[in-house]
Design a protein around this ligand. Structure first.
Ligand SMILES: *Cc1c(COP(=O)(O)O)cnc(C)c1O
Length: 421
């Protein structure tokens, strides 16, 4: 795709005028800075509050107040089925069948549960492959999982690192490593998009390679869900999990989600740790011995639906359904390309864009490495009401989420870099 950009404010405003999703910005609450909305580029960490969330919370508070236990069946949105309300939209977002997704727990907990389903170390196959420098929670999860089986993380975890002098993993190197370790490899588990570099891995090719190596393949989609287009089912991905509070705006610590390919989800014999909410609904309340799993991803549910923890997500997903992932992605590609274009016009600052230049290999986020003034630049942005995040050493992550960020927002970011350094 090629776009025509220039460095004028008028160009930014024209791009906003042509943006079919521009009105969604009004559907979100922005923190205030000098009595104005901040510019928010941190949707990759915590999405903004959708304005329809408050009424949705009020509904559940009212139903709880007025009917208490009867709310499981008599609430306006019966709580018994609360998870069901989110499945269609989430399935569309990750390219899955509805029977392959459910919401439950939180991300790292779900990663543990899915790994316990897919990681069955034996004397031949006992290794797990992940990215070096994966999100710490994922590293801790895999390290302790391996120890839980009485094994040594140093022998069981294969960490993929970029080539010397490079910052990104090459697909060909990932595939090569999978084939190389084929004999002992049990599970490949990568982030769909690396949280730090913003690199979107080639999930389809990696899954194919894993399957050729008779290895399960799963992804942590924390930074991919609601950000890029995926076809988890068609790509044959075995399992995935993600949080819903980043691009999906479900609120701090809200319910997480899982995907399990239907060839496992529909099989009651697929191993898992169980609880009553994963039991077949027909017999759940008989309170009898003997777990009979639901034959869909809901068979991994353990505890009572965390209703209050799903309310804002449900509200936010209404906007995703209206906007559609395809249109969000179209805008996102253009918005991030615009950010990249403007950055390249700057002659006064030394920096490197770590994130891939190919739009197919990234989502909304650009990770900028400033050799010297990283922290100062970050602080200057905050001072000017532009929320970005900073990671040592000198990396600012900028994520213009297409649902509520505009081209003018991106222009303002550029203007500060241009005029202050
Ligand atoms: C945000 C994020 C997490 C956070 O996990 P929680 O269990 O929700 O705290 C884990 N992994 C990745 C890759 C993330 O980006």
């Amino acid at each position: 795709m090629s776009f025509s950009f220039d460095t004028t404010l008028a160009n930014a405003r024209n791009l906003d005028a042509a943006d079919v999703l521009a009105d969604f910005k009004k559907e979100f609450h922005f923190p205030q800075h000098n009595h104005e909305n901040v510019i928010y580029f941190c949707g990759n960490s915590l999405g903004l509050q959708p304005k329809n969330a408050e009424a949705a919370f009020q509904q559940e508070l009212d139903d709880w107040k007025n009917v208490a236990i009867a709310g499981f069946s008599k609430a306006k949105n019966p709580w018994l089925f609360y998870q069901e309300y989110m499945k269609p939209a989430l399935a569309r977002i990750v390219g899955a069948k509805e029977n392959e997704v459910t919401v439950m727990n939180t991300l790292t907990v779900n990663l543990h549960l899915l790994m316990l389903t897919f990681y069955k170390p034996n004397k031949d196959k006992f290794k797990i492959m992940m990215e070096a420098g994966a999100f710490p929670s994922d590293q801790y999860a895999i390290e302790t999982l391996v120890k839980h089986f009485g094994l040594n993380p140093d022998e069981c975890i294969i960490e993929l690192s970029p080539r010397e002098h490079e910052k990104l993993l090459r697909t060909e190197d990932i595939v090569e490593a999978i084939h190389h370790h084929k004999k002992n490899l049990a599970v490949v588990m990568l982030g769909g998009i690396n949280y730090y570099t913003g690199q979107y891995f080639d999930l389809k090719t990696i899954t194919e390679a894993a399957h050729e190596a008779c290895t399960y393949c799963g992804f942590d989609l924390a930074h991919a869900a609601g950000n890029v287009l995926m076809q988890l089912h068609d790509w044959n991905v075995d399992f995935a999990c993600w949080c819903n509070y980043k691009y999906l705006n479900g609120g701090p610590g809200c319910v997480g989600a899982i995907y399990v390919h239907e060839r496992f989800a529909s099989n009651a014999d697929t191993p898992r740790l169980a609880g009553w909410w994963g039991n077949d609904e027909a017999t759940r309340f008989k309170m009898e011995k003997g777990f009979i799993p639901k034959t869909n991803a809901g068979g991994w549910n353990i505890s009572t639906a965390q209703v209050m923890n799903m309310v804002a997500l449900r509200a936010s997903l209404e906007y995703f359904d209206k906007a559609t992932m395809q249109q969000l992605r179209n805008k996102s590609i253009q918005l991030t390309a615009y950010l990249e274009y403007l950055l390249h016009q700057l002659k006064n600052i030394q920096f490197e864009i770590i994130t891939p230049i190919n739009p197919e290999e990234r989502g909304a986020q650009l990770s900028l490495y400033f050799k010297t003034q990283g922290k100062e630049i970050h602080d200057k942005m905050i001072e000017n009401g532009i929320i970005v995040d900073y990671r040592e050493p000198g990396v600012i992550r900028v994520a213009p989420a297409p649902l509520y960020c505009s081209f003018e927002d991106v222009y303002r970011f550029y203007e500060i870099l241009k005029n202050n350094f």
